[in-house]
Design a protein around this ligand. Structure first.
Ligand code: SF4
Ligand code: SF4
Ligand code: SF4
Length: 346
């Protein structure tokens, strides 16, 4: 299979400093994608039928990149997904997102006070961008909503989840994606609403969210509340790759940058893993590289260990970071919250 979905991290800078963002704990330097690298990736992407989907996102805010406006226009025939905080959009960007983005996912993690506490910005700025985008679509005669809302759930904002679903519906968003917080500290780990056994209050919350979304007629995606046998990596199944702002080609968001991660009370150091450098090699050759191909095959076939339910986890050194696992897999996906369905992203 060729590379079918390309996540482009135009920048790892951001105009916000959210309390739960893993940019706060990572060890990478902030970077903007070099224009030459961007042009080369764009030419490669447009030179073949695949990738059919381009995601402008990554760990940073794409709209602060000087390349953002061009990227919105250049990938028009591909399915274009933008993940953003929705803050700081001028009229030109609002119009371009309205016309070009098939899906514009805006992060909203709470109502007024909570949003300000988490994001340090006014909720009204993000909602004004959404309203502007949908109004511009109406003016341009484009049918349907292209807006989604992403909600990062923890015990700190759970009480406002239903309110955010209502807000999203009132803004005419077409879906809400709820993801658990990706814990990077013991405190965040304690605030996560999943567990070895699904917490009762989280079950009740999800039941309420489902019925609220159904009544409002808005699509809702919810994460899992407890580990189960099936593991599924959406990055691998979508034949996706992430190109970071400095050109490294990572298999997914989790392995794109280095940061600490807490897995049900246990610390793990996630190490950035790259299968090649897009500044010096073509995406196709990196994608076809033997190590990358065999990694994808192993994850797709679910042939990798699981530390969460391993008897040796308390004494095993291999589960302390993602460099390798006990099946000689490199990097290790053995504790991944994405494949467990705890972390969701578009
Ligand atoms: S908007 Fe996103 S990338 Fe920026 S600080 Fe907040 S969570 Fe991090
Ligand atoms: S790396 Fe292997 S042996 Fe070690 S905890 Fe994970 S599953 Fe168990
Ligand atoms: S299983 Fe997790 S760590 Fe492995 S490729 Fe998928 S998202 Fe990345």
């Amino acid at each position: 299979m060729p590379l079918r979905k390309l996540y482009l991290e135009l920048t790892s800078r951001c105009n916000l400093d959210c309390s739960m963002c893993y940019r706060g704990t990572w060890s990478d330097a902030e970077a903007d994608m070099a224009p030459g690298l961007y042009d080369s990736i764009k030419a490669q992407a447009l030179g073949s039928p695949e990738p059919g989907t381009v995601v402008l996102g990554g760990i940073g805010e794409p709209s602060v990149s000087p390349l953002f406006a061009d990227a919105l226009e250049s990938f028009g025939r591909r399915r274009l997904v933008v993940t953003s905080n929705g803050i700081g959009y001028g009229d030109g960007l609002v119009e371009a997102v309205a016309r070009r983005a098939d899906l514009f996912m805006v992060s909203i993690d709470g109502l007024e006070d909570t949003y300000r506490r988490v994001r340090g910005a006014a909720l009204g700025e993000a909602t004004a961008t959404i309203v502007g985008v949908l109004e511009a679509r109406r003016r341009a005669g484009i049918a349907g909503s292209n807006v989604g809302v992403q909600f990062v759930l923890s015990r700190d904002n759970a009480a406002e989840a239903e309110g955010v679903v209502e807000l999203a519906a009132s803004l005419r968003a077409r879906l809400v994606v709820v993801s658990h917080i990706l814990p990077q500290t013991p405190l965040q780990d304690a605030s996560a609403m999943y567990g070895r056994v699904a917490p009762d209050d989280a079950r009740r919350l999800f039941a309420a969210l489902r019925s609220r979304a159904m009544r409002l007629g808005i699509a809702l995606e919810l994460p899992r509340l407890e580990p189960n046998t099936e593991r599924r990596c959406a990055f691998i199944e979508d034949d996706a790759a992430v190109v970071t702002a400095d050109g490294r080609v990572a298999p997914c968001y989790r392995l794109a940058h280095a940061y600490p991660e807490y897995v049900l009370g246990r610390r793990k150091d996630v190490l950035a893993h790259s299968f090649g450098d897009a500044a010096t090699a073509s995406l196709a050759s990196i994608w076809a590289g033997r190590a990358y191909e065999s990694f994808r095959r192993a994850i797709y076939a679910n042939r990798y260990p699981s530390c969460i339910d391993c008897d040796l986890v308390d004494g095993c050194d291999l589960c302390r970071d993602t460099s390798s696992d006990c099946h000689s897999g490199q990097p290790s996906c053995a504790d991944c919250p994405w494949s467990r369905g705890f972390t969701l992203c578009p």
